[in-house]
Design a protein around this ligand. Sequence first.
Ligand code: ZN
Length: 97
Amino acid sequence: MTENISPTEPPTIQPCMHCQGGRKRLKTATLMTWLGDDLITVPNFPAWICDICGHRNYDTQALAQLSLMLNPDAGTPIQTPVKPAGKKPTANTPPPA
Ligand SMILES: [Zn+2]
């Protein structure tokens, strides 16, 4: 089997639907989003940014991955007993003189 499967490369330029004249290129931007009541920022997030009007769309695939990571229900791990990682402040700490 020598089937030459070339990965379909994603387009690196998209037309801008905002100004309808610019071209969007895949760059990185800081994504700010709400996670419950917490505002989180994700630096260097893939985003399509228009070279004319600056309009940006965050990369949908990256957004999907991010939501998977952030959604606490997405990958609920098996319940394992949580052991404190060897940090026992009261065990070997001498009392203050
Ligand atoms: Zn534009």
